[in-house]
Design a binder for this molecule. Sequence first.
Ligand code: FES
Ligand SMILES: [Fe+2]
Length: 359
Amino acid sequence: MSGGAESDLSRLFTLFWHPVATLEELRAAAPQPLAVTLLGRQLAVADLGPAGLAAVADRCLHRSARLSVGWVDEGTIRCGYHGWRWDAGGRCVEIPSMPDGPIPPKACLPAYDVEVAYGMVWVRLDGSAGTTIPACPAWDDAAMKVVAGAPYTWPVGAPRRVENFVDLAHFAWVHDGSLGRRDQPVPPIPSIRRRAGEMRFDYDPPDMQADDVALYGYSAYRVPMPLTVDIGFTLDPEPDGTPVRRHLWMTASPVDDATTRSFWVVARTDRHDEDDTPHLAFQDLVLAEDEPLVTNQDPPELHLDPAFEISVRTDRVSLEYRRWLRELVAAHAEGGPEAVATVLAAPRSIDAPTAPLPT
Ligand code: FES
Ligand SMILES: [Fe+2]
């Protein structure tokens, strides 16, 4: 299913936090753990109450029953088959058929870092690069009303999902009339900065009469590497001069190399009393425009080999995104997680090109 580059990307992504469920989904599953898949690994995620959250391999080490069909019991996950109990650290703490023990020392499941942020449950498979959960600026902005969209799963690799978000040339074609104009197909080529583990650039869209619930206006993009996008929009001010700002935030959770579950929120400083439905409906319209294209890229996985697809200078953002991914993959292969942290933190400025880019 995957070539070398995709496997390299999957290995890289294990070092980062990814959302695996909304908090509501976790609560709805209780008292059973929730079964999720992250980077091809099946996990059981559960709220153990005072014992905290748990994210463990969804396979009991006794006879391989899924722990996600067990239940939470006394701050542990109890397997439904023979009742063995497992704590948040993955250790077996009880074997009902052997009340006097011993518990085999090998009875310890893989257990992963798990946290809640922005109403979502986040998991990190490998903490050795010291990564943090990506910022969601609207969440901490008191002027913003934040509304969560419904997560959606598409048959495409997560880096391609991110590329679609930052692809300035597709607006004119895929989103003619909603986010772009087909009669203005030439996008600007932005200067790009790497700051604090984020790729940042600005985009000024063509003049267009956009829907009043559209996220359309001067756009400040932040891409917390590797799989999150935050877009801060500045819209025309209210008649009384009040500034209007909105946000679209999305993180592409890599279910496996060719499947992505996107978690997203929209936020606005204006119209707090208004029904949220039209704001979400506009995003659904945009997603319906993107889906037939993004889910029909063959192969669904992003290839990092620059010769695999043909790029032109208006693919600037995508090229820089891929360049940073390549550098992170190379750092991981050569220097391990510490080298990844170094490449992630290094600032860099890439000015808008004056000549065609080599590809
Ligand atoms: S399979 Fe889990 S307790 Fe036996
Ligand atoms: Fe799009």
